[in-house]
Design a binder for this molecule. Sequence first.
Ligand SMILES: NC(=O)c1ccc[n+]([C@@H]2O[C@H](COP(=O)([O-])OP(=O)(O)OC[C@H]3O[C@@H](n4cnc5c(N)ncnc54)[C@H](O)[C@@H]3O)[C@@H](O)[C@H]2O)c1
Length: 364
Amino acid sequence: MREITVNLGDRSYPIRVGHGLLDSTQALAGLIAAPRVLVVTNSVVAPLYLPRVMQVLQSWAPESHIMPDGEQYKTLEVMNGIITRLLERGFGRDSCLIALGGGVVGDITGFAAATYQRGIQYVQVPTTLLAQVDSSVGGKTAVNHPLGKNMIGAFHQPAGVIADTSTLATLPRRELSAGMAEVIKYGLIADAEFFAWLEREMDALMKLAPEALEYAIETSCRIKARVVEIDERESGLRAILNLGHTVGHAIETALDYGEWLHGEAVAVGMLMAADLSCRGQGLDPEVPARLRALLQRAGLPVEAPSGIGQDRLRQLMNVDKKTRSGRLRLVLLRRLGEAIVTDDVDEHRLHESMGRFLPGSGRN
Ligand SMILES: NC(=O)c1ccc[n+]([C@@H]2O[C@H](COP(=O)([O-])OP(=O)(O)OC[C@H]3O[C@@H](n4cnc5c(N)ncnc54)[C@H](O)[C@@H]3O)[C@@H](O)[C@H]2O)c1
């Protein structure tokens, strides 16, 4: 088992990464400082992993709550179902929620924990690669509003994160690839050596080699933890974690959040950002070429889906949360392993970069 600490004073917590941790009483149970436990999961993950977690927690006589599967259920209404369950079953402030699942379960359970009786403890047990390297770490919790994703939420740090790499064996390949986009992102923004390691080990990672997976998840969490420690509430540095996300969100919005997974859209966004960084930030042109090859080996797309016009994509980029006083802010790369956030974006160069990754795009 590998362990990383997120150092946030009295809200510090461990991230534990290892093969088979779901069955380890020591790994999970040691984090719970509450007499009552409710495990929240969904209809896909429950048959796969819920019995094991209930077994490990048996001395708490835990209860479980199963929500439907899918991003469309990351809503206030579904969260209210968790709250109702807690109230009906008489859970008090000294209760602990366990979020067992991907980012959707993690975000909604975290938000329920942030708000129930003004805040209770929760533990993240992420079962997708994206959740293990990204959403379970850092304390951002949220549900969606019909007018915008993650528009209702809170910062609420978990009491710990237990990432069992063996759960990735049942994850659909596309979901694995989508999570790998975030892993690659960490190398790009913060660690050139890690990026080079990913180039060497990508085939082993895609085959779920346990040692390689543990190292990749540990390193990703370590990078995210260091960023969160400096900027817990995203007032500055934390924005570098959004490399590729402005374009990524624009692609997802253009597709009405239907066809492409978030990580797939981020992959194309990272390529555009790297391309733009070569013309303005002095990034070595070898970097986008290396990135493209790595993304392809991770099973990720390297150009936007057809049919999205360049001007429409540019317009959708303005909706990004990083936009300040109407000015577009982008995460770009100075060099491999070093990212900056800038609003000094040359529109002509931006359009050139977008054009290179939009198949047959007209300006409409
Ligand atoms: N809080 C944050 O900082 C943060 C960061 C990034 C993303 N997010 C959020 O995370 C969500 C996306 O998370 P995700 O990519 O994990 O999606 P997800 O939670 O929808 O999981 C993807 C699919 O895999 C299934 N699944 C989960 N674990 C499985 C397993 N081990 N085996 C088989 N199937 C499994 C899920 O049921 C789902 O169908 C979005 O809502 C996004 O907004 C939050």
